[in-house]
Design a binder for this molecule. Structure first.
Ligand SMILES: NC(=O)c1ccc[n+]([C@@H]2O[C@H](COP(=O)([O-])OP(=O)(O)OC[C@H]3O[C@@H](n4cnc5c(N)ncnc54)[C@H](OP(=O)(O)O)[C@@H]3O)[C@@H](O)[C@H]2O)c1
Length: 265
């Protein structure tokens, strides 16, 4: 075995730079509210040129006015032509894509025995097929340019059952996202494209309104989350930047869980 000396320890500035994305191009889906809006702001603050996508064009426009240089592309992730337009508009504006945050997602609680199959199919289209279709389009671009980082927003409900809140299609699609993350990661690992997932626990958003507005649900969260509370958006910032940028350069196919200990029980 050859004795390779370890690389020198970076300067404090170089270490902080592991979490910077200066000049990189980052696409965020579902950026019109909640986590996606936050992710777009954090990527922008880290120096990225951000492209935001979702169906509510007015929300995207308002976000662009706050974040100079940000491009809005109204888009339904369940519509193939919209995804093609999103990628084409990004390439036309910036010539490359370095980071993709697949964040758009939906889910409504209901018992499995009552879940209409049409609703199930729609959740699969948005949470899984849309995520795959966009990863495929962006993945081709990243492979051609020699690198990139995809961050899929999964959920703790892709790792454990959702009980007592019942949401079969949501849990199934998020579980599929966790394993699709591994599959894409391994297929593209030697060509510079990393694919990881971020699995949040409970965070207040439009999707989780019921969980945070009703006293019984808040009590349930307090009792069942080891940290005794739901998460705050800023507690996702570091995990997002870690997965998006160079700090996680030797990590691919992993799911980083940010859940106050929920899945450790
Ligand atoms: N909040 C939590 O506790 C939590 C926990 C784990 C995982 N997550 C995940 O985090 C992601 C964001 O959720 P959130 O909590 O921030 O909820 P949210 O505020 O409801 O955000 C969902 C986003 O997805 C977009 N979206 C929905 N359907 C779409 C479609 N067909 N095409 C394009 N965009 C679409 C929505 O925008 P438009 O309506 O404008 O299209 C919205 O911006 C989801 O993937 C969710 O599963 C959330």
């Amino acid at each position: 075995m050859t004795n390779v000396p370890p690389p020198p320890v970076p300067t404090p500035d170089a270490l902080a730079g592991l979490f910077r994305l200066d000049g990189r191009v980052a696409v965020v889906t579902g950026a019109s509210s909640g986590l996606g809006d936050r992710f777009a702001r954090v990527l922008h603050a880290a120096g990225a040129r951000v492209v935001v996508a979702a169906r509510r064009a007015d929300r995207l426009q308002a976000l662009c006015e706050e974040l100079p240089g940000t491009l809005a592309v109204p888009c339904d992730v369940a519509v193939d032509a919209d995804l093609e337009r999103l990628v084409a508009a990004t390439i036309e504006a910036h010539g490359r894509i370095d980071v993709l945050v697949n964040n758009a997602g939906i889910g409504e609680p209901m018992p499995a025995e009552d879940e209409p199959l049409d609703y199930w199919r729609h959740v699969v289209d948005v949470n899984l097929t849309g995520l795959f279709a966009l990863s495929q389009l962006v993945g081709r671009q990243m492979l051609a340019q020699g690198g990139g980082s995809i961050v899929n927003i999964a959920s703790i409900l892709g790792l454990v059952a959702s009980a007592p809140i019942k949401q079969a299609s949501y849990a199934a699609t998020k579980g599929a996202v966790v394993n699709l993350t591994r599959e894409l990661a391994v297929q593209w690992a030697r060509r510079g494209v990393r694919v990881n997932a971020l699995a949040p626990g409970w965070f207040p958003s439009e999707m989780t309104t019921v969980m945070f507005s009703d006293e019984a649900s808040i009590t349930y969260l307090r009792r069942n989350c080891p940290m005794g509370r739901g998460g705050s958006f800023d507690e996702l910032d570091g995990a997002l930047l870690f997965l998006a940028g160079d700090a996680s350069g030797y990590i691919t196919g992993q799911t980083l869980v940010v859940d106050g200990g929920w899945t450790a029980r």
